[in-house]
Design a protein around this ligand. Structure first.
Ligand code: AMP
Length: 303
């Protein structure tokens, strides 16, 4: 185990054996274990999950692994930002206990041939645009669940569909893990934090703001009494088109089933995936017609 001063830096391990040994030891002392799976290049969105994990659990484990299985051919696996040194400093600042950063070859041996296929919520939207994405996500999350055996695991609502896919898998496979979904953390200008925001030039970033603007507009329309999903989507589409974003999908759905909603009479979620030049961004917003007009106010850092 590579260990520096425990109070300042998390324990860093690269191997499953070492991780298991350490966690078995910690579990014997009765600590509950929380897991925060990430692909690194950490920002406040990730760190908010670490904060929540530390609040709830005796021991917080953060994984940093750019999972090749969830990237399709031609996607950004190679360019995906990697910054373990900086990540470790950020995690030390937030008091994470353990960081597991395995090599890809250790997670997927040469003979690896087993994948987890979730149906239902994994099929539409991201499932259509990134056909093997959720298979890769579900496979790595299940592997991490087995390695860490957490009591709770923390995910961000930023990846709304992913949170449903993980919940579905946990229910279907009877995993004794509580899934905690944390709010979206946004930059002060409204852009949802994402490791991929690093790809954006200043101009692209300004255009990307149309995504959060369109979601705020959707909340505002619902708060003002608009119920027709088509009318809301038309305004959103207009804002995205004005910024010359290429829309992969734009939808208002039931937040549990992802069935498209015709009217927003109960809780709903607006989902957007759009491309700004070569960068693909996703974002979402919960819509609640019972929440009253104050929901339409822009919320700056947390969504
Ligand atoms: P990633 O490193 O992109 O795989 O993300 C790891 C976890 O952080 C996932 O559960 C994401 O949903 C979550 N996450 C990423 N960005 C944000 C954000 N802006 N706010 C809250 N959670 C986030």
């Amino acid at each position: 185990m590579t260990t520096t001063r425990r109070s300042a830096a998390p324990r860093l391990t690269h191997t499953a054996d070492e991780l298991r040994r350490y966690l078995d030891e910690a579990r014997r002392s009765g600590a509950s274990v929380g897991l925060v799976p990430t692909m690194g290049a950490l920002h406040e969105g990730h760190l908010s999950l670490v904060d929540a994990c530390r609040r709830d659990c005796g021991l917080s484990v953060v994984t940093v692994f750019v999972n090749p299985a969830q990237f399709g051919p031609g996607e950004d696996f190679t360019e995906y930002p990697r910054s373990l040194e900086t990540d470790l400093k950020l995690l030390a600042g937030r008091g994470a206990d353990v960081v597991f950063a395995p090599e890809a070859a250790a997670m997927y041996g040469a003979e690896h041939a087993t994948y987890v296929e979730v149906g239902g919520p994994a099929l539409p939207f991201e499932g259509e645009f990134r056909p093997h994405h959720f298979r890769g996500v579900a496979t790595v999350v299940l592997k991490l669940f087995h390695l860490v055996r957490p009591d709770r695991a923390y995910f961000g609502r930023k990846d709304f569909q992913q949170s449903l896919v993980v919940r579905r898998m946990v229910a279907d496979l009877d995993l004794p893990i509580e899934i905690v979904i944390c709010p979206i953390v946004r930059d002060p200008d409204g852009l949802a934090m994402s490791s991929r925001n690093a790809y954006l030039s200043d101009g692209e970033r300004r255009r990307a703001l149309a995504i959060s603007r369109s979601l705020r507009r959707a909340r505002q329309l619902v708060a003002e009494g608009t119920r027709d999903a088509r009318a809301i989507l038309a305004e959103m589409r207009e804002l995205l088109r004005a910024a010359e974003l290429k829309i992969d999908y734009l939808a208002i759905c039931n937040p549990d089933t992802l069935e498209p909603a015709e009217r927003v009479e109960g809780p709903a979620v607006a989902l957007v995936a759009a491309r700004v030049a070569a960068t693909r961004l996703i974002d979402n917003e919960l819509l609640d017609p019972t929440a009253g007009a104050d929901v339409a106010k822009p919320r700056i850092t947390r969504g």
